[in-house]
Design a protein around this ligand. Structure first.
Ligand code: SF4
Length: 415
């Protein structure tokens, strides 16, 4: 499809006034991505008893819900404060709202959280949660505390499973089931906040334990852009959770047409799963590269709005022994990203059962990092976190599915 489009572009450029422009092509490709994404829409947010979930509604949608039951717009502001600033889930405890209205709201709405199906804590304080949604689907969310300061990152999932099959990624072995709704994405963050008791939302200079969001969990966030964008808009709202866009990083495998839109509309930090510097290898490791090759990806990084030395683009590079970790690869990487305000995160590969890669040797990793750093780029080697728990993204969900399958099997044997 993409190849056909590229061919069309070169032809149309030659024919002059009727030519299709590059931006029209990108718009068409974006429309195609959004239409495909809609095929994996999350289920409706209405419970079997008819009550509606409020988490995940935009401010306007919340106003409309209240308007429909004859309430004034200021009630939406009050509710927003209770839901996102105070973290309240029980209408009866919303002291600024009359008892009548509390009851009225409780009959019609819920303020939910995903159920914690499993949680694991590592010796290094990393905590992994398996969250289950109302339809039984599960995703992983990880809290990674800063080892030195009282703050930390919450790694959120955006889809159940993934379509992209990156070869080094455990989640890539799971088929895409569906997209998460905005409420399910925000709900992961809120549920982790519940676990750490970080309500009300800290304001101003008050330190936050959950200080950053990274969209690096299960799924490709730019293949669920509509819900991810809505969720991040809710998270950034200053009268609620109030996390600044500078504290949010979206990681993509390189969905080029959506990168521009993400930069223009959300302006969050960008991380790119690069992992290889030549198309033939990247085609293998990150198959999406066959659609959007390295040259297009790097061009999209160069034009990403707001990228500066203060807000650098992060290139993620998983170090695979004998595959992508040679000094020549490091030098090619430096040439590739020349001129982009960037840093390179070197990630020691975290092996999982069935993976065909091995982590790079420490000396190779150091040599690679030195080459990148000597070229003027920060190249931190990410300390592996949570090695003592099922740390590779997607492993906990696979375990949970396996246990569920075993239980179903033994139940059917017993009956
Ligand atoms: S790395 Fe991300 S995009 Fe690639 S398969 Fe894993 S979850 Fe999907």
């Amino acid at each position: 499809m993409q190849q056909a489009m590229r061919k069309d572009l070169s032809i149309s450029n030659r024919v002059g006034s009727d030519a299709i422009t590059g931006s029209e092509l990108t718009d068409a490709e974006r429309a195609r991505i959004l239409a495909k994404s809609a095929l994996f829409s999350p289920p409706p947010t209405q419970l079997p008893d008819g009550r509606r979930e409020l988490v995940g509604l935009s401010r306007d949608e919340l106003k409309a819900e209240l308007d429909a039951i004859g309430e004034q717009p200021f009630r939406a502001k009050q509710l927003w404060h209770w839901i996102y600033h105070r973290g309240e889930t029980d209408f009866a405890r919303m002291s600024s709202i009359s008892r009548n209205l509390q009851q009225n709201l409780a009959e019609r709405f819920v303020i939910g959280r995903p159920e914690t199906a499993a949680a694991q804590a590592s010796a290094d304080q990393t905590r992994k949660f398996l969250f289950r949604f109302r339809d039984g689907q599960e995703v992983e969310t990880v809290y990674i505390p800063d080892p030195e300061e009282d703050r930390g990152a919450v790694c959120l999932s955006s889809q159940v499973g993934c379509t992209l099959s990156c070869r080094f990624c455990h989640t890539g072995t799971q088929r895409l089931v569906r997209n998460l709704s905005a409420g399910e994405i925000v709900g992961q963050f809120m549920a982790v906040r519940d676990a750490y008791g970080e309500w009300p939302s800290p304001t101003g200079d008050t330190p936050r334990l959950l200080s950053t969001i990274v969209l690096m969990g299960m799924g490709e966030p730019l293949y669920n852009y509509t819900n991810v964008a809505k969720a991040m808009t809710i998270v950034m709202d200053g009268e609620g959770i109030g996390l600044s866009r500078r504290r949010i990083t979206l990681s993509t495998s390189g969905v080029v047409p959506m990168m521009d839109r993400c930069g223009a509309e959300l302006g969050v930090n960008l991380a790119v799963s690069l992992h290889a510097v030549h198309n033939d290898l990247r085609d293998e490791l990150v198959p999406l590269n066959r659609k959007y090759p390295i040259e297009e990806l790097i061009a999209a990084c160069r034009r990403y709005p707001g990228a500066s030395n203060a807000r650098r683009i992060t290139f993620e590079y998983v170090m695979l022994r004998g595959v992508n970790d040679s000094p020549a690869d490091a030098r090619a990487l430096v040439r590739l990203i020349a001129g982009i305000p960037a840093k390179v995160n070197l990630i020691p590969f975290n092996p999982w059962p069935g993976s065909r890669f091995e982590p790079s040797r420490p000396a190779t990793l150091r040599q690679f990092a030195d080459i990148v750093m000597n070229a003027g780029y920060a190249a931190p080697v990410r300390t592996p976190r949570g090695r003592d728990i099922l740390a590779a993204c997607g492993q906990l969900r696979t375990e949970s599915k396996r246990t569920e399958a075993k239980q179903t099997e033994s139940r059917s044997r017993a009956s």
